[in-house]
Design a protein around this ligand. Structure first.
Ligand SMILES: Nc1ncnc2c1ncn2[C@@H]1O[C@H](COP(=O)(O)OP(=O)(O)OP(=O)(O)O)[C@@H](O)[C@H]1O
Ligand SMILES: *[C@@H]1O[C@H](CO)[C@@H](O)[C@H](O)[C@H]1NC(C)=O
Length: 313
């Protein structure tokens, strides 16, 4: 096996977060002063890829950014994390995806997302990346790019025997049934499970019920994340839903916790395939729980060196 070959390939989004902290949210037509501004790296696809890389996964990102300074900076961010950028395309036809975020003193927010270049990732781009996608151990995708392109990536990977993790975020109610049949692992949070199934998810047992509905649509295994309650696993092999709780922590900022969890899971599947799914989920819960104890999205993701080393045995 080529040690430099990417084992985790993420086909997904990159967004620049432009964050303003203000005493309150402005009304229409109003100008107000904020107390702080900062720029962060985000987008579900890139977040998941960066978390996997920080744990030591050999990763590649397939995405599209603008031919602008945000796009250039994002490519630098990938390179700093040893992510293969051969399939990070740049376009002059749209700007790098951006999320303008206003956060008030109570921590409530108002967000405008302009997906921009993310929506221009297309079939030809996937074809150019096909050797990386079909040669990986795990391929991960979400719904912040064109859903048709996500589905095509899932099909490409699945046909080649690559394990697929699909994160239906942001959720769409009438998701094409092919997404289920091409997902080895279908991983979503409570609200996404609710949108997809109509089952209200308030507890681990509700999650088990929603998970069984999703499983019946054709995926191999369903994971529903439950914030501080951890995660529920529903699989074809074990019909009883299994709740994997996580340890209590004091959360500071849960933004991007779901992406930390998925990035960690992709890392374990690719690099520790001998572990059973329960053990992988336990360890991924732990890694995501570390991420909620620090501020920011990618900035809160732990590196391998910061974690107990028995996680890597
Ligand atoms: N308060 C918490 N304490 C411990 N672990 C947490 C907490 N919140 C989240 N986690 C961990 O992160 C995982 C994902 O969290 P969650 O279900 O909130 O995802 P999400 O809603 O997609 O996240 P996001 O906040 O990015 O939207 C959980 O399964 C758990 O492992
Ligand atoms: C689930 O994820 C979506 C993003 O897809 C987010 O908007 C929503 O708040 C999350 N739900 C929960 C319960 O954390």
């Amino acid at each position: 096996m080529d040690p430099d070959r990417p084992q985790v390939v993420v086909v997904g989004s990159c967004m620049t977060d432009l964050v303003s902290l203000t005493p309150r949210l402005p009304k229409a037509g109003e100008t107000i002063h904020g107390s702080k501004f900062f720029i962060g790296f985000g987008g579900k696809g890139a977040n998941q890829c960066i978390q996997a890389s920080r744990l030591g996964a050999c990763t590649a990102m397939v995405c599209k950014v603008g031919d602008d300074s945000f796009g250039n900076n994002y490519i630098e961010n990938f390179k700093k994390h040893n992510v293969c950028t051969d399939y990070v395309y740049q376009t002059g036809a749209a700007a790098t995806g951006a999320a303008s975020i206003i956060v008030n003193a109570e921590g409530q927010n108002a967000i405008v997302i302009v997906a921009g270049a993310n929506l221009l990732l297309n079939s030809e781009d996937l074809t150019k990346a096909s050797a990386a996608i079909t040669g990986a151990r795990v391929m991960v995708c979400q719904l912040e790019i064109s859903p048709q392109v996500s589905l095509e990536a899932l099909k490409m990977a699945h046909k080649s025997g690559v394990r697929t993790i699909f994160n239906p975020a942001p959720a769409i109610a009438d998701l094409d049934s092919s997404f289920y049949t091409h997902s080895d692992i279908f991983c979503c949070n409570e609200s996404e499970a609710e949108i997809l199934t109509g089952v209200q998810v308030r507890s681990p047992s509700d999650a088990g019920a929603a998970g069984s509905v999703l499983l019946a649509r054709g995926c191999h295994l369903v994971l529903i994340t439950l914030g501080g309650e951890g995660c529920v696993i529903v699989s074809k092999e074990v019909p009883e839903p299994k709740h994997i709780a996580t340890s209590k922590v004091t959360s500071v900022d849960t933004t991007g916790a779901g992406d930390s969890f998925i990035g960690a899971l992709a890392f374990f599947i690719a690099h520790y395939p001998q572990l059973n799914i329960e053990e992988m989920v336990k360890r991924s819960n732990h890694i995501a729980s570390v991420s909620v104890q620090a501020a920011g999205t990618q900035t809160s993701y732990p590196y391998r060196k910061d974690l107990p080393q028995d996680i890597f045995s």
